[in-house]
Design a protein around this ligand. Structure first.
Ligand SMILES: [Ca+2]
Ligand SMILES: [Ca+2]
Length: 284
Protein backbone atom coordinates (compact mmCIF):
# COMPACT_ATOMS: atom_id res chain seq x y z
CA UNK A 1 0.00 0.00 0.00
CA UNK A 2 1.38 3.37 -0.98
CA UNK A 3 1.44 6.14 1.60
CA UNK A 4 -0.61 9.19 0.67
CA UNK A 5 1.20 11.75 -1.43
CA UNK A 6 1.38 14.18 1.45
CA UNK A 7 3.11 11.64 3.70
CA UNK A 8 6.73 12.74 3.63
CA UNK A 9 8.59 11.43 6.65
CA UNK A 10 11.91 12.33 5.06
CA UNK A 11 11.12 16.01 5.44
CA UNK A 12 11.10 15.47 9.21
CA UNK A 13 14.63 14.09 9.11
CA UNK A 14 15.70 16.86 6.80
CA UNK A 15 14.81 19.55 9.26
CA UNK A 16 16.89 18.06 12.07
CA UNK A 17 19.54 20.44 13.27
CA UNK A 18 21.51 18.97 16.14
CA UNK A 19 20.34 17.31 19.33
CA UNK A 20 21.32 14.81 21.99
CA UNK A 21 21.94 11.43 20.40
CA UNK A 22 22.09 8.55 22.87
CA UNK A 23 22.53 5.54 20.65
CA UNK A 24 25.28 3.08 19.87
CA UNK A 25 25.18 3.81 16.18
CA UNK A 26 23.44 5.99 13.66
CA UNK A 27 23.86 8.64 11.04
CA UNK A 28 24.19 12.40 11.25
CA UNK A 29 23.55 14.68 8.34
CA UNK A 30 23.63 18.39 7.78
CA UNK A 31 20.12 19.89 7.60
CA UNK A 32 18.46 19.33 4.23
CA UNK A 33 21.10 16.78 3.16
CA UNK A 34 21.67 15.68 0.36
CA UNK A 35 20.30 18.96 -0.90
CA UNK A 36 22.13 22.15 -0.05
CA UNK A 37 22.06 23.25 3.55
CA UNK A 38 20.45 26.56 4.39
CA UNK A 39 22.23 29.77 5.36
CA UNK A 40 22.81 30.84 8.94
CA UNK A 41 22.58 27.43 10.57
CA UNK A 42 24.26 26.43 13.80
CA UNK A 43 23.57 22.84 14.78
CA UNK A 44 25.14 20.94 17.67
CA UNK A 45 24.96 17.18 18.07
CA UNK A 46 26.04 15.56 21.31
CA UNK A 47 26.68 11.88 20.72
CA UNK A 48 26.87 9.39 23.60
CA UNK A 49 27.44 5.66 23.24
CA UNK A 50 27.58 3.04 26.01
CA UNK A 51 29.94 3.73 28.92
CA UNK A 52 33.38 2.24 28.56
CA UNK A 53 33.39 2.53 24.77
CA UNK A 54 34.43 5.24 22.33
CA UNK A 55 32.54 7.08 19.61
CA UNK A 56 33.78 6.19 16.15
CA UNK A 57 32.85 8.66 13.40
CA UNK A 58 33.28 8.14 9.69
CA UNK A 59 32.24 10.71 7.08
CA UNK A 60 30.46 9.30 4.04
CA UNK A 61 30.32 12.56 2.15
CA UNK A 62 31.60 16.04 2.81
CA UNK A 63 30.93 19.22 0.87
CA UNK A 64 31.18 22.43 2.85
CA UNK A 65 31.93 25.90 1.46
CA UNK A 66 35.69 26.10 1.27
CA UNK A 67 37.73 28.78 3.01
CA UNK A 68 41.42 28.74 4.00
CA UNK A 69 40.67 28.88 7.69
CA UNK A 70 37.10 27.54 7.48
CA UNK A 71 35.68 30.87 8.66
CA UNK A 72 32.44 30.72 6.68
CA UNK A 73 30.89 27.27 6.96
CA UNK A 74 32.43 24.43 8.93
CA UNK A 75 32.12 21.28 10.97
CA UNK A 76 33.76 21.38 14.36
CA UNK A 77 34.49 18.24 16.36
CA UNK A 78 35.36 18.06 20.03
CA UNK A 79 36.56 15.13 22.06
CA UNK A 80 33.97 15.01 24.82
CA UNK A 81 30.56 16.24 25.87
CA UNK A 82 30.75 20.01 25.41
CA UNK A 83 32.15 22.94 23.50
CA UNK A 84 34.85 23.20 26.16
CA UNK A 85 36.12 19.69 25.36
CA UNK A 86 39.44 19.40 23.49
CA UNK A 87 39.23 20.37 19.82
CA UNK A 88 39.67 17.52 17.38
CA UNK A 89 39.35 19.68 14.30
CA UNK A 90 37.63 22.37 12.35
CA UNK A 91 36.76 21.19 8.85
CA UNK A 92 35.48 22.65 5.56
CA UNK A 93 35.98 22.13 1.82
CA UNK A 94 35.55 18.98 -0.19
CA UNK A 95 37.88 16.50 1.43
CA UNK A 96 36.41 14.08 3.95
CA UNK A 97 38.02 14.35 7.38
CA UNK A 98 39.81 11.21 8.55
CA UNK A 99 37.92 8.69 10.65
CA UNK A 100 37.77 9.76 14.25
CA UNK A 101 37.57 7.94 17.55
CA UNK A 102 36.80 9.87 20.70
CA UNK A 103 38.74 9.11 23.85
CA UNK A 104 35.60 8.80 25.96
CA UNK A 105 32.09 7.64 25.10
CA UNK A 106 31.09 11.17 24.04
CA UNK A 107 31.62 13.27 20.95
CA UNK A 108 30.54 16.84 20.25
CA UNK A 109 29.82 17.91 16.67
CA UNK A 110 28.83 21.36 15.46
CA UNK A 111 27.83 22.46 11.98
CA UNK A 112 27.78 26.16 11.10
CA UNK A 113 26.83 27.96 7.88
CA UNK A 114 27.10 31.69 7.19
CA UNK A 115 24.79 33.93 5.19
CA UNK A 116 25.73 32.94 1.64
CA UNK A 117 27.00 30.10 -0.57
CA UNK A 118 25.48 26.80 0.48
CA UNK A 119 26.69 23.32 -0.42
CA UNK A 120 25.42 19.75 -0.03
CA UNK A 121 26.83 19.41 3.47
CA UNK A 122 27.86 16.17 5.11
CA UNK A 123 26.72 12.75 6.08
CA UNK A 124 28.56 10.77 8.76
CA UNK A 125 28.07 7.43 10.48
CA UNK A 126 28.82 7.05 14.15
CA UNK A 127 29.20 3.84 16.09
CA UNK A 128 30.23 2.35 19.40
CA UNK A 129 33.92 1.61 19.09
CA UNK A 130 35.91 -0.84 21.19
CA UNK A 131 39.08 0.05 22.98
CA UNK A 132 42.39 -0.23 21.20
CA UNK A 133 42.95 0.14 17.49
CA UNK A 134 45.40 0.63 14.71
CA UNK A 135 46.88 4.12 14.70
CA UNK A 136 48.92 5.58 11.89
CA UNK A 137 48.64 9.30 12.56
CA UNK A 138 51.86 11.13 13.32
CA UNK A 139 50.63 12.24 16.70
CA UNK A 140 47.68 11.54 18.87
CA UNK A 141 46.71 10.15 22.19
CA UNK A 142 45.15 7.06 23.64
CA UNK A 143 43.66 6.20 26.97
CA UNK A 144 42.00 3.40 28.86
CA UNK A 145 38.25 2.99 28.32
CA UNK A 146 36.18 5.40 30.35
CA UNK A 147 39.10 7.73 31.09
CA UNK A 148 39.29 9.77 33.34
CA UNK A 149 36.86 7.58 35.24
CA UNK A 150 37.84 4.07 36.39
CA UNK A 151 38.29 1.61 33.56
CA UNK A 152 35.77 -1.23 33.35
CA UNK A 153 36.64 -4.76 34.48
CA UNK A 154 37.57 -7.53 32.06
CA UNK A 155 38.94 -5.34 29.29
CA UNK A 156 41.64 -6.25 26.88
CA UNK A 157 42.71 -3.44 24.57
CA UNK A 158 45.50 -3.61 22.02
CA UNK A 159 46.79 -0.53 20.25
CA UNK A 160 49.09 -0.99 17.30
CA UNK A 161 50.94 2.16 16.34
CA UNK A 162 52.68 2.54 13.03
CA UNK A 163 54.73 5.55 11.97
CA UNK A 164 56.39 6.12 8.60
CA UNK A 165 59.42 3.90 8.06
CA UNK A 166 62.12 6.41 9.07
CA UNK A 167 60.42 7.33 12.36
CA UNK A 168 60.45 5.97 15.86
CA UNK A 169 57.56 6.27 18.25
CA UNK A 170 57.82 7.96 21.61
CA UNK A 171 55.24 7.15 24.22
CA UNK A 172 54.66 9.57 27.07
CA UNK A 173 52.33 8.69 29.92
CA UNK A 174 50.54 11.78 31.16
CA UNK A 175 48.83 9.88 33.97
CA UNK A 176 48.91 6.31 35.16
CA UNK A 177 47.11 4.22 37.75
CA UNK A 178 46.14 0.58 37.63
CA UNK A 179 45.42 -2.06 40.19
CA UNK A 180 48.48 -3.98 41.28
CA UNK A 181 51.97 -3.65 42.54
CA UNK A 182 55.32 -5.06 41.45
CA UNK A 183 53.85 -8.30 40.21
CA UNK A 184 51.36 -6.85 37.70
CA UNK A 185 49.23 -9.96 37.53
CA UNK A 186 45.79 -8.34 37.82
CA UNK A 187 45.62 -5.25 35.65
CA UNK A 188 48.55 -4.06 33.57
CA UNK A 189 49.92 -2.36 30.49
CA UNK A 190 52.50 -3.96 28.26
CA UNK A 191 54.53 -1.95 25.78
CA UNK A 192 56.44 -3.60 22.95
CA UNK A 193 58.45 -2.55 19.92
CA UNK A 194 56.77 -4.21 16.97
CA UNK A 195 53.18 -5.20 16.37
CA UNK A 196 52.87 -8.75 17.65
CA UNK A 197 52.44 -10.09 21.17
CA UNK A 198 55.94 -11.62 21.12
CA UNK A 199 57.78 -8.49 19.91
CA UNK A 200 60.50 -7.03 22.09
CA UNK A 201 59.05 -6.08 25.48
CA UNK A 202 59.86 -2.64 26.86
CA UNK A 203 57.97 -3.20 30.06
CA UNK A 204 54.92 -4.44 31.87
CA UNK A 205 53.48 -1.75 34.08
CA UNK A 206 50.95 -1.49 36.88
CA UNK A 207 50.31 0.39 40.09
CA UNK A 208 50.43 4.11 40.62
CA UNK A 209 53.87 4.98 39.29
CA UNK A 210 54.02 6.55 35.87
CA UNK A 211 56.27 4.63 33.46
CA UNK A 212 59.24 6.44 31.94
CA UNK A 213 59.08 7.75 28.40
CA UNK A 214 59.39 4.82 25.99
CA UNK A 215 60.81 5.05 22.48
CA UNK A 216 60.34 2.22 20.01
CA UNK A 217 63.29 0.52 18.30
CA UNK A 218 61.70 0.92 14.89
CA UNK A 219 58.62 2.54 13.45
CA UNK A 220 56.00 0.52 15.28
CA UNK A 221 54.77 -0.17 18.78
CA UNK A 222 52.22 -2.38 20.48
CA UNK A 223 50.45 -1.35 23.68
CA UNK A 224 48.23 -3.82 25.46
CA UNK A 225 46.01 -3.05 28.42
CA UNK A 226 44.37 -5.78 30.45
CA UNK A 227 42.04 -5.55 33.42
CA UNK A 228 40.76 -8.55 35.38
CA UNK A 229 37.25 -8.90 36.73
CA UNK A 230 37.67 -6.97 39.99
CA UNK A 231 39.13 -3.71 41.33
CA UNK A 232 39.47 -0.96 38.76
CA UNK A 233 41.47 2.25 38.83
CA UNK A 234 41.67 5.26 36.61
CA UNK A 235 43.97 3.70 34.03
CA UNK A 236 46.23 5.75 31.85
CA UNK A 237 46.39 8.34 29.17
CA UNK A 238 49.39 8.86 27.01
CA UNK A 239 50.50 10.08 23.67
CA UNK A 240 51.92 8.38 20.67
CA UNK A 241 54.14 10.92 19.20
CA UNK A 242 56.98 11.90 17.03
CA UNK A 243 55.52 14.38 14.57
CA UNK A 244 58.96 14.60 13.00
CA UNK A 245 60.43 15.74 16.30
CA UNK A 246 63.96 14.58 17.04
CA UNK A 247 63.23 14.04 20.73
CA UNK A 248 59.83 14.46 22.27
CA UNK A 249 56.69 15.72 20.66
CA UNK A 250 53.92 17.14 22.80
CA UNK A 251 50.43 16.76 21.48
CA UNK A 252 47.36 18.77 21.59
CA UNK A 253 44.42 17.59 19.59
CA UNK A 254 44.97 18.68 16.03
CA UNK A 255 48.41 20.05 16.72
CA UNK A 256 51.73 19.37 18.40
CA UNK A 257 55.01 20.96 19.36
CA UNK A 258 58.47 19.53 19.76
CA UNK A 259 60.52 19.50 22.94
CA UNK A 260 64.05 18.38 23.66
CA UNK A 261 65.44 16.26 26.47
CA UNK A 262 67.31 17.87 29.33
CA UNK A 263 70.49 19.59 28.18
CA UNK A 264 69.27 20.12 24.64
CA UNK A 265 67.62 23.08 22.98
CA UNK A 266 65.09 23.14 20.22
CA UNK A 267 66.62 24.08 16.88
CA UNK A 268 65.15 27.04 14.97
CA UNK A 269 63.43 24.58 12.66
CA UNK A 270 61.24 23.66 15.67
CA UNK A 271 61.84 19.93 15.21
CA UNK A 272 65.51 19.13 15.80
CA UNK A 273 67.41 19.37 19.06
CA UNK A 274 70.91 20.72 19.61
CA UNK A 275 73.12 20.56 22.66
CA UNK A 276 72.69 23.61 24.77
CA UNK A 277 73.72 24.83 28.17
CA UNK A 278 71.31 25.86 30.82
CA UNK A 279 68.22 25.27 28.82
CA UNK A 280 66.33 22.46 30.40
CA UNK A 281 62.89 21.80 29.10
CA UNK A 282 60.89 19.53 31.36
CA UNK A 283 58.87 16.67 30.00
CA UNK A 284 55.15 16.76 30.49
CA1 LIG B 1 28.27 29.59 3.34
CA1 LIG C 1 41.40 -5.24 38.35
Amino acid sequence: EQPPASWTPFSLLKSICGGDVNKDNGQIQSPNYPDDYQSNKACVWKISVAEGFHVGLSFQSFEIERHDSCSYDYVELRDGASEESPLIGHFCGYEKPDDIKSSSNKLWLKFVSDGSVNKAGFSANFFKAACGGFLTKLNGSLSTPGWPKDYPPSKNCVWQLVAPIQYRITLVFDAFETEGNDVCKYDYVEVRSGLSSDSKLHGKFCGAEKPEVITSLHNNMRIEFKSDNTVSKRGFTCSKENGGCQHECVNTFGSYSCQCRSGFMLHDNKHDCKEGKGCIIPLI
